[in-house]
Design a binder for this molecule. Structure first.
Ligand code: FES
Length: 320
């Protein structure tokens, strides 16, 4: 079984038109053996020549180890990864991937879970809904999307035995409306865990609506960067294991500086989303710019994502 950050090959068993601008890819092992295990909320990284490495959430149930299923929404304003994949990844192709990795795990012992998805953010959320069904946990799902023809996984959800627990909300059209996150969160019963995956505006609304709730009961994942990377530079990074001191100059991320000195650091999205470049911090105060850490994790300052985060002081000591 490959290690977490090791790449391995799969092949594309099928490509399905899921919704307007969204294709689903079913990936299987060449040998027919099970793929490495994953937990609901996990993602894999796609390594395709000609495209930036990008992370995509697995949408199938973790109990189905025979395949990984991802759905990719065409993003004309992105870094070109989705456009390239839509054009160049076909049935039968071999694909290099890494992972699965999970920055958005389920609290499986929760008595009740409310799952909230915006647009293509439905992918990890749907994996969670399937897992919660399998462990007989109580859940409901709120899915906000522009219109029915843009709504991925709708057919699957409509055919689900618990489809009455799924509430869809369309924002376009004469009667268009947005999910009322405050009203959804107000149904909190002190044991409920809340999950949200969607665009930045939805995550902001989610954070606002759950502001009073304890951190351990609110969980979110962004599929686009919430913050600009720190490119101010003007500090040094000391590598505790080798004693090397690397200068981070203006216009560079820490990752740029490390790679520029030949220091290998695992990385993937380079946007603070996937978690690949996490490094323990031994001294100093990181300027966190990722979309992964909770407020309390940021304050603790024990770890950072070097692809996007910088330093508040003039020196950081990293466990590298
Ligand atoms: S490379 Fe993805 S979080 Fe840094």
């Amino acid at each position: 079984m490959p290690a977490l950050n090791e790449t391995f090959e799969v092949f594309v068993k099928s490509v399905t038109h899921e919704a307007k601008g969204i294709l689903a890819y079913e990936l299987r092992s060449h040998s027919g053996e099970d793929l490495p295990p994953f937990t609901a909320g996990a993602h894999i990284d796609l390594h395709m020549e000609g495209a930036p490495v990008r992370s995509y959430s697995l949408l199938n149930s973790p109990s189905d180890r025979s395949r990984y299923v991802i759905a990719i929404s065409l993003n004309e304003k992105g870094r070109g990864g989705s456009i390239y994949i839509h054009k160049n990844l076909h049935c039968g192709d071999t694909l290099t991937i890494a992972g699965p990795r999970n920055n958005f795990p389920l609290a499986e012992n929760a008595r009740r879970s409310i799952l909230i998805a915006g647009g293509i953010g439905i992918t990890p959320i749907w994996s969670m809904a399937q897992r919660l069904t399998e462990i007989d946990a109580h859940w409901e799902l709120h899915y906000g999307v522009r219109s029915k023809d843009c709504a991925a996984l709708l057919e699957l959800m409509e055919g689900h035995p618990l489809n009455r627990a799924i509430h869809t909300c369309y924002s376009e059209g004469e009667h268009g409306e947005f999910l009322d996150l405050k009203a959804i969160v107000a149904r909190d019963n002190e044991h409920t865990h809340f999950y949200c995956c969607g665009p930045v505006a939805m995550l902001e609304a989610f954070k606002e609506a759950t502001r009073e709730l304890p951190a351990e009961r609110k969980h979110f994942e962004s599929f686009s960067a919430e913050h600009e990377a720190s490119l101010e530079g003007g500090f040094v990074v000391e590598l505790a294991r080798s004693g090397k001191v690397i200068e981070v100059t203006s216009g560079q991320t820490i990752l740029d500086a490390l790679l520029g000195q030949g220091i290998e650091v695992m990385n993937s999205c380079r946007e603070g989303i996937c978690g690949a470049c996490e490094v323990p911090v031994l001294e100093g105060s990181p300027d966190h710019r990722d979309s992964i850490l909770s407020d309390s994790e940021r304050q603790a300052g024990k770890t950072m994502f070097v692809c996007c985060s910088g330093s508040l002081g003039n020196r950081l000591v990293l466990d590298l």
